[in-house]
Design a protein around this ligand. Structure first.
Ligand code: GLA
Length: 399
């Protein structure tokens, strides 16, 4: 089976050996944790609009090795990224561009401190991620939530998985200036192998839905166009949704979030949002929310063809109404949709680059990847990355 992964995959055992090589000392005190990537099956750009989303944690992991120290130092190292970062548990943590990935971690520590978690000593960590950075399957949320879980478990703080998701989201808001929703952190903190999570982002109520795909598999297709959410139009889209909501409220519609409207309600009220751009943004959100509800019910009924059609409709809406796809994602998704054995395909995550997913028959995977790769390279000028994913557990302790 072609996989097209170029980077080496690290195992937890290799990480532990590298940890001892780097820091020396007692191996038995090293604790190992894993944190998964995620795909979002459907429900895009509506977690911050009170919508329902349908993501799944997948079997691509970031591994974290951590050990307490006898002093108050904090040391961060990562196998893939150069540089070593040193802090002190007693300091106040603030964003500093020079700290690069350490900002995600310090954002978590600052949140923990603000919640009254007291550190009696420092710690050292080494990380290895098998999740492509900036690739749209949530490498940054895996980092935030995996780190939060490792620290909370090591120090015995009493915070549950939903709180871990909130810590991750707040770190992203406060330190990275990305006003993300809760979806990524939520599924990474609470995900379960063999299930997708149907999450109501208004109430944070969630349900595990068995991801029974029969002869079909989700293929993750990476545009290899790296983007950072902070540099993208993510916050702009969020702002446009807030403007559309304010217009509806001003017109007398009693809602607190766009996704409280059904598609039928939208037909009645859409004229209140007269700006054509804002109108399209709101239309996407309301239609996408309905597609999530439909997707969960067709999956429960085992109707994968219908699920595929919903994926295609979601991509079209993200392309035309929400305008977050771009040539790379459109080429991948639209080429995928035409392949034999593919029931549907769409971008996943924030868009503007990153990854798309396709639901493909297991006997057609090789031909599918080859054909989409050929078309992508011809149109874009460089190769895409592909891998067939399975579900995986949310953040976990490994030893
Ligand atoms: C990013 C954000 C999520 C969500 C998606 C789009 O992944 O982190 O909160 O908004 O984009 O659905």
């Amino acid at each position: 089976m072609s996989n097209n992964l170029t980077q080496k995959e690290y195992t937890p055992e290799e990480l532990k050996a590298a940890f001892i090589k780097l820091y020396g000392g007692d191996e038995s005190a090293v604790r190992l944790y894993s944190s998964p990537a995620r795909i979002n099956i459907i429900g895009e750009h509506i977690d911050y609009n009170g919508g329902k989303v349908f993501p799944a944690s997948i079997n691509r992991y970031l591994y974290i090795a951590i050990r307490k120290r006898s002093d108050t130092k904090i040391l961060y190292n990562d196998i893939r990224f150069p540089g070593s970062y040193e802090f002190d548990v007693n300091q106040t943590f603030v964003y500093d561009k020079a700290n690069d990935y350490a900002n995600y971690l310090n954002g978590i520590l600052q949140q923990l401190k603000e919640r009254g978690c007291a550190f009696d000593c420092g710690f050292e960590i080494l990380m290895a991620s098998n999740i492509p950075a900036g690739g749209g399957i949530s490498s940054s949320s895996a980092l935030e939530c995996g780190f939060a879980y490792a620290v909370i478990d090591t120090f015995g703080f009493k915070l549950d998985r939903v709180e871990i998701a909130k810590l991750g989201q707040m770190s992203e808001h406060n330190f990275m200036n990305v006003k993300c929703g809760i979806m990524d952190q939520f599924i990474i903190a609470t995900g379960k192998k063999n299930y997708a999570g149907l999450l109501d982002c208004n109430t944070l109520e969630y349900e595990y839905v068995p991801l029974e795909l029969g002869d079909y598999r989700f293929v993750v297709m990476n545009t290899n166009k790296v983007r950072k959410l902070a540099d993208s139009k993510y916050n702009e889209r969020r702002g446009q949704c807030e403007e559309a909501l304010a217009l509806l409220q001003k017109g007398g519609v009693k809602i607190a979030a766009l996704c409280e409207l059904s598609p039928a309600d939208w037909n009645n009220y859409s004229s209140l949002v007269s700006d054509p751009i804002l109108n399209k943004r709101a239309r996407h959100c309301i239609a996408e929310n309905q597609r999530v509800i439909d997707a969960a019910s067709v999956l429960k009924a085992g109707d994968l063809s219908k699920l595929g059609q919903l994926l295609n409709a979601s991509h079209k809406s993200l392309k035309e109404d929400y305008e977050v796809t771009g040539i790379e994602l459109d080429t991948l998704a639209e080429t995928a949709q035409k392949q034999e054995g593919c029931l549907g395909a769409r971008m996943t995550g924030a868009g503007f680059g990153g990854c798309a997913i396709a639901l493909v028959h297991k006997d057609k995977l090789d031909a599918f990847i080859e054909n989409v790769q050929t078309a992508y390279e011809a149109a874009i000028g460089y190769k895409a990355g592909f891998f067939v994913c399975e579900t995986g557990d949310g953040v976990a302790k490994l030893n």
